[in-house]
Design a protein around this ligand. Structure first.
Ligand code: ADP
Ligand code: ZN
Ligand code: ZN
Length: 720
């Protein structure tokens, strides 16, 4: 039989694959999708076979070992390769997301003694005795082994059958609900609108038909109940369900409700789990033991056999977008996966992204509307506060308007609960010198240092920390004071205004310790907490029936960002937060503080008029050719030398192979012009033609300027 070769995608930041020879002992077993361990330099790496080829253009080394269990499905390999090509991302890094989690990168799979290996060790007679001894006390990672042995020695021990990749530990019940769960009352019959939505989805599940359904409904309208029933229907067809959420840790209730549908067969995949937990989850997924898989964005590549339904909850959430390499948008990849696997996809949101809404209005997606809350609570009262009105100002607590303070007093007196939302951490966003009006910047970045509790000034981009300076670095005066407010500042102000009231805070700084989130939720659930202050995390998913007041402290914050999606974000945040209040029996009130009460994103959100918002948005996007009326690409140039970066950007912009379907915006300094001592410029490309866009971005990446790094992004969300 002729020797065969394979092309293997390895978890390396390159677009190329690598050739390996298939040793005779694996000849019948290796196929496209096989998970293989191969030598790479001095190490062994795990990769995926993407093609079987008759010959290799270069001298090829041999596959060391074949992972047991089935190969990845053809659809999943296709999905990763499509994603690689669409986003111009390294395919091997995308395929790694379908593989069992590995330790810190480069450590490789674990090796263990086989039965013959154990015998040979006992007999003490083997040319590989040193390797066998190294494994005497249990499996070792390849990284540890290759520190002592070269990979040819390891390959030889594997091919002699003495050592083998370790099987992961047996799957355990990986359900994290023990810490936090809440009894749900059983739901009787569905509402008319829920029935209609479910019928659309279930029909496509039964017929194995690719079809995207946009499920739009306010918080509390019963979307999750539709997911649960559609999931149950899918399971009854003998198929499995993938549910993607922006952040699992914020949705313990959703996970525990899913357990009602498939008790003991729900697996979660996210980075908050230990390697062991993730490995056992992954095994349960691949073997099909998990019939419902809940994941964050990388879960879109989970190797689920017989997939029958994909649900993306909170589909508008920007965290589905992975900005770092390998970059992709999990929401959009989920739709592609549905198409490749011929299964329906549900995109659910109270505030669909403009793109999804547009696809629905063009008839590309089916639209299912849940217009009302299930439990007919009155719509919350929305109160708009113009922060430039002097009557609203409390000079001692400028972040909390008089109106909001009065509302909070009512909540405290009636023993109810309130949630305040502010998308900024820390005590104060910057230190300002009242002599010369200078702020204190991070020494490494073009942003101001944020003042935190415990006398710290912190950079939110590079993590730099220092004591706040006593003197202005510019004029030397000592009149340096904090300006503006972050979540810690609001917490402090509330404690001053409402002594004896329990105020809690939910933001990234508060979640340092394991279990911190559960205890914040528990204190809120039990009614111990009266006022909860938080960042956007608060606006996601979780609901507390005791909350009768929600406040948005600076509704226009997103509007200050140089981003064509800023109006959309503002509209979404107001609508989402408004949905947080009054979910129990008592009516809710929402206070929205803003300096720009007339902006259309704010007025339409206040009126609850989605059509008016999307209508206004469509005009501006169409005029400028922004998505979905064109594709957006971004070229980022960064380097330590500002002059070099600037001149590289200017030169590059003039060299791009731009044709009639594309338009170049820039070059311009990026809004964050310096991060970690690297200067940044960017160029935006708007194109009507994806292929042309890819050609332009590829040309940009091929330019080589010493000292300047050039990276590109397709469909970026982050434009800073
Ligand atoms: P959403 O996901 O849109 O926020 P949920 O599905 O969580 O909405 O529903 C909100 C609440 O209403 C939940 O407590 C749920 O159990 C309940 N619920 C949903 N559908 C019904 C129904 N048809 N009848 C009674 N209660 C329902
Ligand atoms: Zn910094
Ligand atoms: Zn000064």
């Amino acid at each position: 039989m002729n020797t065969l070769f394979v092309r293997v995608a390895l978890p390396r930041p390159v677009k190329d694959t690598f050739h390996y020879e298939v040793p005779a002992r694996f000849a019948g077993e290796v196929t496209r999708g096989s998970i293989v361990h191969v030598p790479f330099g001095q190490r062994t790496m795990t990769g995926v076979v993407v093609e079987i080829v008759p010959s290799s253009p270069v001298p090829a080394r041999s596959i060391v070992a074949l992972s047991d269990g089935p190969p990845l499905s053809q659809e999943l390999v296709d999905l990763a390769l499509w994603t690689a090509s669409y986003y111009q991302s390294p395919g091997g890094l995308l395929l790694r997301l379908a593989l069992p989690p590995s330790g810190p990168s480069g450590k490789g799979p674990k090796f263990t003694l086989t039965e013959p290996g154990r015998q040979a060790l006992a007999e003490g007679e083997s040319s590989h005795i040193k390797i066998l001894e190294a494994l005497k006390r249990g499996p070792r990672t390849t990284g540890l082994l290759t520190d002592r042995f070269d990979s040819a020695q390891l390959e030889a021990a594997v091919s002699d059958g003495l050592i083998a990749p370790a099987s992961p530990p047996p799957p355990t019940d990986n359900i994290p609900s023990g810490n936090y769960s809440r009894k749900e009352s059983a739901v009787g019959s569905l509402t008319h609108f829920q029935e209609e939505a479910l019928a659309l989805i279930s029909g496509a599940v039964t017929e194995n038909r690719f079809e995207v359904t946009l499920l739009k409904g306010v918080t509390g309208s019963g979307k999750t109940e539709v997911y649960l029933r559609a999931a149950r229907h899918t399971l009854s067809q003998g198929r499995r369900v993938l549910l993607l959420v922006p952040e699992i840790s914020l949705t313990p209730l959703l996970v525990s409700r899913l357990q009602g549908v498939a008790a003991g067969e729900v697996a979660t995949l996210h980075s908050g789990m230990s390697i062991t937990e993730r490995t056992s989850s992954w095994e349960a997924v691949r073997k099909g033991q998990a019939r419902v898989v809940v994941g964050v964005r990388s879960g879109v590549f989970a190797p689920i056999p017989d997939l029958g339904l994909i649900i993306v909850d909170e589909e508008h959430d920007p965290s589905f977008r992975q900005e770092d390499t390998p970059n992709y948008n999990a929401r959009d990849v989920a739709v592609k996966r549905g198409q490749l696997e011929k299964v329906p996809v549900v995109l659910g949101s109270a505030t669909p992204s403009f793109e999804s809404w547009y696809n629905a209005s063009e008839g590309k997606y089916q639209l299912a509307l849940l217009p009302d809350r299930v439990t007919p609570s009155a719509d919350p009262d929305l109160i708009l506060v113009d922060m430039s009105d002097p009557d609203q100002t409390d000079f001692d607590h400028p972040s909390l308007s008089r109106t909001l303070q009065n509302e909070l007093t009512g909540v405290v007196e009636r023993g109810e609960q309130a949630m305040l939302f502010l998308n900024r951490r820390g005590l104060a966003p910057f230190l300002l010198c009242s002599e010369c009006r200078h702020t204190v910047p991070c020494p490494n970045c073009s942003v101001t240092l944020t003042v935190h509790a415990n006398h710290k000034a912190v950079c939110h981009y590079c993590g730099h920390r220092q004591a706040p300076p006593d003197q202005c670095p510019d004029c030397g005066s000592n009149r340096l004071g904090p300006v503006g407010t972050g979540t810690q500042g609001v917490e402090k102000a509330l404690k001053e205004l409402f002594p004896g009231t329990t105020v809690d805070r939910l933001d990234r700084d508060a979640l340092g310790k394991r279990g911190a989130l559960e205890s914040i939720y528990r204190r809120m659930d039990s009614g111990e907490t009266t006022i909860l202050v938080g960042t956007q995390m608060l606006a996601k998913g979780h609901d507390f029936p005791g909350v009768t007041l929600a406040g948005i402290l600076n509704a226009e914050q997103a509007l200050d960002l140089p981003d064509f999606r800023s109006a959309e974000r503002t509209f979404q945040i107001i609508t989402q937060v408004a949905g947080r209040a009054g979910r129990g029996e008592r009516p809710g009130r929402v206070v929205i503080q803003t300096f720009t009460p007339d902006h259309y994103a704010i007025t339409t959100a206040l009126a609850g008029d989605h059509e008016a918002f999307y209508g206004a948005e469509i005009e501006s996007r169409k005029m400028l050719g922004y998505p979905p009326f064109g594709r957006l690409g971004r070229i980022i140039l960064d380097g330590a030398n500002e002059v070099k970066v600037t001149s590289a950007a200017l030169t590059l912009a003039g060299q791009l192979p731009v044709r009639k379907d594309s338009r170049v915006l820039g070059p311009a300094p990026a809004p964050l012009v310096k991060i970690r001592n690297r200067y940044r410029w960017h160029i935006l490309i708007l194109s009507k033609n994806h292929r042309e866009l890819v050609t332009i971005l590829r040309a940009a990446r091929e330019v080589n300027v010493p000292g300047v790094r050039i990276t590109t992004r397709v469909d970026p969300i982050q434009l800073l």
